[in-house]
Design a protein around this ligand. Structure first.
Ligand SMILES: Cc1ncc(C[n+]2csc(CCOP(=O)(O)OP(=O)(O)O)c2C)c(N)n1
Length: 658
C-alpha cells in the first residue's frame, strides 16, 4: 500500500498508528469476551479502522462527530476512558445511558460525539441541525456524520443531503462502503457505480477515498475540513472498504465469497500501516510491542473496573423521572390590555413574541418565510426576524425534525411547522424514536416544538383533516398540547417553547378563523397539565379538547337545563387527571368527546382511568363519543356523518337519563 506522508509530522503518524492499534486490540478483546459469554453482542469494525480514526483525527475536538455501530475508533480517538465504554456495553450504571441503551447508541456532549439510533438514517439530518447551529453562530466548525452504504438507501440520507446542500451546511457526509449491509451486497442495495456519484445530483462536491489507507483518509478529510470551515458547504465522501467480519458476530460471513475476503485481507489498514512505519524507520519492533503492551494493560485494567461494577438495581422512580428533562415552569402574566382576536391571531402573536424573547429561536417549515405559511401564521416574520431564523424548508419532514434535534444538541430552540398535521407521518420516525427517547436514553433533551395544524370539518379529505394526537400520546417522552381557545393557545405555545422537551402543539384549523376571544396583547405563559373547567354543574362531567369543546358548548347552549361540568383538557400529555377525578366524583357520570376515531384514542385511556380511580362514585358506565372507525372522508355529507359532533347530543342525553 502506498502512503503519502508529505507535510505530516512523525508524531502524527505515530498517533494515527496508536489509535488504530488501540481500536484493533479492543476489537480483538471483545471477540474473546463474546466467545466467553461475557458480552452479549458485538458489531465489528475490524478492517475499517482507518476511516473512523482518520476522520476523527482530522477534526478538532470541539467539532461534533456522529458515528455508527462500527466506528469504535471515533470514541477511542476522542479518548473516552475505556471503562466508561465497557460499562456502557455491559449495561452498567457508569456507562453513558444508565443501562437504558446498548452498544454505541449514546451521545456525550463531553466528547462532542452523538451516537446513532438503531434506524441508521436519522442521524444524518441531526448532523445537518448541528451544522446549522455552527453556521448560525458563525463558529467555523464542521460536523462529520457516518453511514454505511446500506443506510444510504433510506429516505433520511436523501433528505439530509438535500437540505445540507440547499442550506450550504458544513457537514462531512462519510459513507463507509464496506460491501455488505447485513447480508445484502451492494448490487442489491443501489444501482449506480459509486455512491459518490450522487453528489452531483445533490449539487454537492463528492470524493472517493481508499478507506483502508489511513493517510488518504486523514489528509483528504483534513484538507476539506479546513476549506469548509472557511467556506461552509457539505461534502460527500465515499470511503471504499470491506466488512471483514459478520454484520454482528453471531451472523457470520458464509455469504461472502472467499476470494473477496482474501483480497481485502491483504489491504488490512492496521497491518499495512505498521509495516510501512517500520520500513520507513518511524517505528521499531520494541516501540511496537511497547505500544501494544501499554494498550493491552489499559484495556485489562478498565475491563476489570467495568466488570467489578455492580449490576444496576432498577428503581421505577429514577426511570420515570428521566423520561422528560425537568422544566421549572415560569408563570408570566401579561400587564397590557386585551384585544378581541381570532385563534389564528393568538398563535401568530404568541409565536412572534417568543421569537422576540428567545434571541436564537429558529422557525422552520414549508413556505413559511415570504409566503407566510399556508395559514399565514408567520406572515411578516421574515421582515422582522430575517431568513436565517425564519427558514423555508424543502419538503423533507424527516430531515427537518432531525435538524430540530441537531439544533437542540447545539443549544438552539426551534419550532417546526408541519404544513398539515397529517404530514408528520413523513417525519414520524425521528419524532417518536429520536426526539421522544433522547432524554431518557442519554440525557439530551429535544428542545423542539412541532406545530400541527389539524382537524376536520373543513371538507379537506383523508390527508388534510386528521386529528392524529393519539399517535403521540402513546409515546413516552413527548408532550402533547391541544388548545381550544385563543387565550389558551397563546399562553400554552409560549410554555411549549420554553419547555426543553419535545412538544406537539395541535392547532385545530376549524378554530383558526371561527373562534375569537379577549387575549392579552403582551407575552404570557400558561402551565401544562392544568385542564380548564369551562362550565360547572352537578349532573354530568363532559371531558373534551380542541374542537370537541366547542361542539359540547353548542349542545349545552341548546339544552340549558343540563347541569354539566365541562372540562377542556388543554394538554393531553401531561394530563390533568385530578380535575377529571374531582369532577367525576362529584357528578357520578362521565362522557368523553373526541374528534379522532374511537379505538386507541385518548378517550379510551381517560375512560379506563376513571373506572380505575372513581368506580365507587359512578352512577353509569363511562361513555366515549368519537368519530367513525373510517378514514376521514372528503364530501361534506360524508364528513358530517364521520365526525363525532352530531352524535354527541344524543349520547349525552342518554347518559343523563341512565
Ligand atoms: C430502519 C432500519 N432498517 C433495518 C435495520 C436493520 N439493520 C441494522 S444494520 C443493517 C445493515 C446496515 O448496513 P450498512 O448501512 O451498510 O452498515 P454496515 O452494517 O455495513 O456497517 C440493517 C439492515 C435497522 N437497524 N434500521
Amino acid at each position: 500500500m502506498q502512503y503519502d506522508i508529505k507535510n505530516i509530522e512523525p508524531a502524527t503518524l505515530l498517533k494515527l498508528y496508536r489509535n488504530m492499534i488501540k481500536s484493533r486490540l479492543i476489537e480483538e478483546k471483545m471477540l474473546i469476551l463474546l466467545r466467553q459469554g461475557k458480552i452479549s453482542k458485538w458489531f465489528s469494525g475490524i478492517g475499517q479502522e482507518a476511516i473512523a480514526i482518520g476522520v476523527t483525527m482530522a477534526l478538532n475536538k470541539e467539532e461534533y462527530i456522529l458515528p455508527m455501530h462500527r466506528n469504535l475508533g471515533v470514541f477511542t480517538s476522542r479518548e473516552i476512558p475505556l471503562h466508561k465504554l465497557f460499562a456502557q456495553w455491559q449495561g452498567k450504571a457508569s456507562g453513558f445511558t444508565k443501562g437504558r441503551d446498548r452498544s454505541f447508541h449514546f451521545g456525550t456532549q463531553d466528547y462532542n460525539i452523538i451516537g446513532m439510533i438503531s434506524h441508521l438514517g436519522p442521524q444524518l439530518g441531526v448532523a445537518d441541525g448541528i451544522a446549522l447551529a455552527s453556521k448560525l453562530k458563525t463558529e467555523q466548525k464542521v460536523t462529520a456524520v457516518f453511514t454505511g452504504e446500506g443506510g444510504t438507501s433510506e429516505g433520511d440520507f436523501h433528505e439530509a443531503l438535500n437540505v445540507a446542500s440547499v442550506w450550504r451546511l458544513p457537514v462531512l457526509f462519510c459513507v463507509e462502503n464496506n460491501g455488505y449491509g447485513l447480508s445484502t451486497p451492494t448490487n442489491e442495495q443501489y444501482n449506480c457505480k459509486n455512491i459518490a456519484d450522487r453528489g452531483l445530483g445533490y449539487g454537492m462536491e463528492s470524493y472517493i477515498v481508499d478507506g483502508n489507507n489511513i493517510m488518504e483518509v486523514y489528509s483528504k478529510v483534513k484538507e476539506l475540513a479546513e476549506s469548509i470551515r472557511k467556506d461552509p458547504r457539505p461534502v460527500l465522501f465515499e470511503f471504499k472498504t470491506f466488512r471483514m467480519r459478520g454484520h454482528e458476530e453471531a451472523s457470520g460471513t458464509k455469504y461472502v465469497p472467499k476470494d473477496l475476503m482474501d483480497l481485502w485481507a491483504k489491504k488490512d489498514p492496521v497491518v499495512n500501516f505498521e509495516l510501512f512505519l517500520k520500513e520507513r524507520g518511524f517505528l521499531t519492533d520494541e516501540e511496537e510491542s511497547g505500544i501494544k503492551q501499554n494498550i493491552t494493560n489499559e484495556i485489562n485494567t478498565h475491563l476489570t473496573l467495568a466488570f467489578e461494577e455492580e449490576d444496576i438495581t432498577p428503581d421505577e422512580i429514577i426511570e420515570l423521572n428521566d423520561v422528560y428533562k425537568h422544566f421549572e415552569y415560569e408563570s408570566i402574566t401579561s400587564l397590557k390590555e386585551s384585544k378581541n382576536i381570532r385563534f389564528i391571531d393568538a398563535i401568530s402573536e404568541g409565536l412572534k413574541q417568543s421569537m422576540e424573547r428567545h434571541a436564537a429561536l429558529v422557525i422552520m417549515g414549508q413556505d413559511i418565510a415570504e409566503y407566510g405559511g399556508v395559514f399565514k401564521i408567520t406572515e411578516g416574520f421574515v421582515e422582522q426576524f430575517g431568513k436565517e431564523r425564519i427558514r423555508n424548508t424543502p419538503i423533507c419532514e424527516s430531515a427537518i425534525v432531525e435538524v430540530g434535534m441537531g439544533l437542540a444538541i447545539a443549544g438552539i430552540k426551534s419550532v417546526v411547522e408541519m404544513q398539515f398535521a397529517d404530514f408528520v407521518s413523513s417525519g414520524f420516525n425521528p419524532v417518536v424514536n429520536y426526539l421522544a427517547k433522547s432524554h431518557y436514553r442519554w440525557g439530551q433533551s429535544a428542545d423542539v416544538v412541532l406545530r400541527m395544524p389539524c382537524g376536520g370539518g373543513v371538507a379537506a379529505g383523508p390527508f388534510h383533516s386528521q386529528t392524529n394526537e393519539a399517535w403521540f400520546t402513546k409515546t413516552p417522552g413527548l408532550k402533547v398540547v391541544y388548545p381550544a381557545f385563543p387565550y389558551d393557545a397563546k399562553g400554552l405555545l409560549a410554555t411549549a417553547i420554553n419547555d426543553p422537551n419535545p412538544v406537539l402543539f395541535f392547532e385545530h384549523k376549524g378554530l383558526y378563523r371561527s373562534i375569537r376571544q379577549e387575549v392579552p396583547s403582551d407575552y404570557y405563559t400558561l402551565p401544562f397539565g392544568k385542564a380548564s373547567l369551562i362550565k360547572t354543574g352537578a349532573e354530568v362531567t363532559i371531558i373534551s379538547y380542541g374542537a370537541g369543546v366547542h361542539w359540547a358548548m353548542e349542545v349545552l347552549e341548546k339544552n340549558t337545563s343540563i347541569q354539566a361540568d365541562l372540562i377542556d383538557l388543554r394538554t393531553l400529555q401531561p394530563l390533568d387527571t385530578q380535575t377529571i377525578y374531582d369532577s367525576v366524583k362529584k357528578t357520578g357520570k362521565a362522557i368523553i368527546l373526541q374528534e379522532d376515531s374511537l379505538f386507541g384514542g385518548i378517550a379510551s385511556d381517560i375512560s379506563a382511568l376513571i373506572v380505575e380511580h372513581c368506580f365507587e362514585h359512578l352512577d353509569a358506565p363511562v361513555k366515549r363519543v368519537a368519530s367513525m372507525e373510517t378514514p376521514i372522508p372528503f364530501a361534506k355529507q360524508l364528513e358530517a356523518q364521520y365526525l363525532a359532533k352530531d352524535r354527541f347530543e344524543a349520547a349525552l342525553l342518554a347518559l343523563i337519563a341512565y
